[in-house]
Design a protein around this ligand. Structure first.
Ligand code: 5GP
Length: 191
């Protein structure tokens, strides 16, 4: 998606070897006009898949998921990061290792909001090692829901998550794929 790639080139900041900061339009301040274009693009790619629910993970996936849901006319469910190791049987649980904070959290979704009747599109802001997506897939497996695929705003294609999940059969659609990046040279896109 050219508009997104241009914005990453202009406003993205590379931190160290593998963190891309896009706080000015995606992760802290949110550019809603850009989110609308992102939502339209996800809709174009998944329009005929019978999506009746979008699943994301707090916090940074929620904004994009909500704007995108307006095109699919469906609700958004976000997995909550829970501090207590929750043994509540009204919840689906998964463990997720956070890429940015190097912590492990238990993420939970209520059984009330996902089940076998759901045809789910997963959305997230970044894909790196695939931990967040794997946690969400685990929750959908517990719920018996159908998985339509995953929509990702920025995939760091030099990290293994995307390739592994595609090999395992998941449809992953990323709107910008970063092939490599460095503090000196900036971002190089894969396609
Ligand atoms: P993964 O679980 O695929 O390893 O990492 C994806 C999650 O980590 C996303 O939900 C995102 O919040 C965060 N993340 C991973 N890499 C980056 C990055 O380079 N920049 C930002 N801002 N977040 C990232």
């Amino acid at each position: 998606m050219e508009l997104l790639k241009r914005r990453i080139r202009e406003d993205g900041q590379v931190k160290g070897a593998d963190v891309l900061k896009v706080d000015s339009f995606l992760n802290h301040q949110m550019d809603i006009a850009l989110f609308v274009e992102i939502g339209k693009e996800f809709y174009k790619r998944f329009a005929h898949c019978g999506v009746n629910k979008i699943l994301t993970i707090e916090a940074s996936g929620i904004g994009v998921a909500c704007i995108t849901a307006q095109f699919f006319h469906c609700p958004v469910v976000f997995a909550k990061k829970s501090k207590t190791s929750n043994l509540d049987d009204r919840l689906y649980h998964a463990k997720v290792v956070s890429f940015t904070h190097a912590t492990v959290s238990d993420v939970v979704v209520s059984r009330d909001y996902l089940g076998p009747q759901d045809n789910v599109l997963i959305l997230d802001d970044f894909l790196a090692n695939g931990e967040a997506l794997r946690g969400l897939l685990d929750i959908l497996r517990q719920a018996g829901s159908q998985v339509v695929g995953a929509g990702i705003v920025i995939e760091k294609a030099f990290q293994p998550g995307g390739a592994q999940l595609r090999r395992e059969g998941l449809r992953v659609e990323s709107l910008a794929r970063v092939a490599s990046m460095s503090e000196e040279g900036g971002v190089v896109f894969a396609d």
